[in-house]
Design a binder for this molecule. Structure first.
Ligand SMILES: C[S@@+](CC[C@H](N)C(=O)[O-])C[C@H]1O[C@@H](n2cnc3c(N)ncnc32)[C@H](O)[C@@H]1O
Length: 373
C-alpha cells in the first residue's frame, strides 16, 4: 500500500529543474532531463567539487546502514530518499532482515520508488513532506511498518539543505527525536560552507538561477540537529572521513563539502558503541580507525586459479571471496557511476541493476528490474 499524504501534488514536472534529478545526473545516472543536466553543468562550473560531494554523500548510506545494523537496529526510515540508485537502503545487507520505509516529497521519486519496490513486501514508499513530521509519523504506512517499541534508524542524507526554513526544520527534528525510541540512530549528512566560504554564495546563486533554494549550514547548526543524541565513531566529520576503507577516505575534506554524523538516542536501552569509538558531538572528533563491521576472522586466501594476483585482498578483515555466500560484502576497488558498475575486491563486477559477473565467468542475473524513466 502506498499512501498519498499530498495527493493533489502528484503531477509530473518535466520542464522545471528538480533536486533529485540534478542529483541523479551528478551521480552519473539517467533519471534526469535536459533542464536538470543544464542546472548540474552550471553548478559544476562554479563548484567543481560538487560531483564528488554527491558521490561521497550517496555512498555514506551504506556506511550508515551497516553502522545501525551493527548497533542492532532493524527498522529504517529514509527521509528524502531520492530516486532509486545502486545499493538502496534495503539492499545494503541482504543477509539480514530489516524493514525500510522510504519518504520523499517529490512525485517522481515516489513513482519510481513504487515501481522499484513492487516485489519487496517489507519496504514501503510514502509521498510526504518531512516538515509535516507529526502527520508523517502518524500515517498508517509508518505506524504499520514499525514495531513501536523497537529502535529506528532515521536517515536524513542531503535533504535538510533543501529545507531552508530553520524554524520549521528545528520543529520537525524535535518531533522526530521525541518519537524515536531509545537506542535509535539519527544519521545526517548536510551541505556546509565550512570549506567553501568564498564559493558557496555562487553555488546558492546557481541553484537560484534554476528556481531552487538551498541552505548550507554551519558545523554548529548541523550539530544542533542531533539534540542530545550521542555521536558515534567519527563524530560529526567530513563525510569522506567515514569511508575509511574506500577511495573517498583519500579525497580532501573539501570534496565532501558536507558533514556527516550518526548519533544514538540515549536511554535505558542505550546501545552506544564503547567509549573509545564514540565521537565528541560538538567538537571535531579524532579520526580513529573504524571498528570492523564484520566479525574478525583470519584473512582467507582466494581460491587458487580464480583470481589474478592483483586482486588478492589486503583488507582487514579480509573481504569474502567471490565463492562465499556474502560475496557482495567485499570492498569496492573501483566504481564507475557513469557506466553503472563497480569492481569489488574479490574480482566480482557488480552492476547497478544488481546483476554481477563473477571472476570465473558466471553471470548472476539482476534480482530487481531496472528503474525506467
Ligand atoms: C539530493 S537528494 C538526496 C537523496 C538521498 N537522501 C541521498 O543522500 O542519496 C534530496 C532529496 O530530498 C527530497 N526532499 C527535499 N526536501 C524534502 C522534504 N521537505 N520532505 C521530503 N523530501 C524532501 C528531494 O525531493 C530529494 O529527493
Amino acid at each position: 500500500m502506498y499512501p498519498l499524504l499530498f495527493p493533489r501534488d502528484l503531477r509530473p514536472h518535466w520542464n522545471a529543474v528538480q533536486p533529485p534529478r540534478v542529483y541523479s545526473f551528478l551521480l552519473g545516472m539517467v533519471q534526469n532531463y535536459e533542464c536538470d543536466r543544464e542546472a548540474a553543468r552550471s553548478l559544476c562550473r562554479v563548484a567543481p567539487w560538487i560531483r564528488s560531494a554527491a558521490i561521497i554523500n550517496h555512498d555514506f548510506a551504506v556506511r550508515s546502514v551497516l553502522t545501525s545494523l551493527a548497533l542492532g537496529v532493524r527498522q529504517f526510515l529514509d527521509l528524502g530518499c531520492g530516486l532509486p540508485t545502486w545499493r538502496n537502503v534495503h539492499e545494503v545487507d541482504r543477509r539480514r532482515q530489516y524493514t525500510t520505509v522510504y519518504v520523499d516529497r517529490d512525485p517522481e521519486v515516489f513513482a519510481h520508488a513504487r515501481t522499484y519496490l513492487e516485489d519487496s513486501p517489507s519496504e514501503t514508499a510514502v509521498y510526504a513532506d518531512l516538515l509535516a513530521m507529526e502527520q508523517l509519523l502518524a500515517c498508517e504506512a509508518v505506524r504499520s511498518a514499525f514495531d513501536p517499541g523497537a529502535p529506528v534508524a532515521v536517515l536524513l542524507h542531503d535533504v535538510l539543505p533543501w529545507c531552508t526554513d530553520d524554524a520549521a526544520v528545528h520543529q520537525a527534528l524535535a518531533v522526530l527525536r521525541a518519537w524515536m525510541p531509545a537506542g535509535s540512530t539519527l544519521s545526517i549528512t548536510h551541505l556546509t560552507d565550512h570549506w567553501h566560504r568564498a564559493t558557496m554564495p555562487d553555488v546558492e546563486r546557481a541553484y537560484a538561477d534554476h528556481g531552487l533554494r538551498i541552505r548550507p549550514r554551519s558545523r554548529e547548526a548541523i550539530a544542533a540537529l542531533f539534540g542530545d543524541f550521542v555521536q558515534q565513531r567519527r563524530g560529526l566529520a567530513a563525510v569522506g572521513r567515514w569511508h575509511s576503507e574506500s577511495r573517498h577516505a583519500r579525497s580532501p575534506e573539501e570534496n565532501s563539502a558536507a558533514f556527516a554524523g550518526i548519533a544514538v538516542k540515549p536511554g535505558p536501552s542505550d546501545r552506544r558503541l564503547p567509549a573509545a569509538e564514540r565521537g565528541r558531538g560538538g567538537e571535531t572528533a579524532p579520526i580513529t580507525p573504524l571498528r570492523p563491521l564484520r566479525r574478525a576472522q583470519p584473512p582467507r586466501p582466494p581460491a587458487p586459479g580464480l583470481f589474478p594476483r592483483f586482486l588478492m585482498c589486503q583488507h582487514q578483515p579480509a573481504c569474502p571471496p567471490a565463492t562465499a555466500p556474502d560475496w557482495e560484502a567485499a570492498q569496492p576497488l573501483a566504481h564507475h557511476a557513469e557506466q553503472a558498475w563497480s569492481l569489488l575486491c574479490n574480482g566480482v563486477l557488480l552492476f547497478e541493476d544488481t546483476g554481477a559477473l563473477l571472476p570465473d565467468g558466471r553471470i548472476i542475473a539482476p534480482h530487481r528490474p531496472l528503474a525506467t524513466a
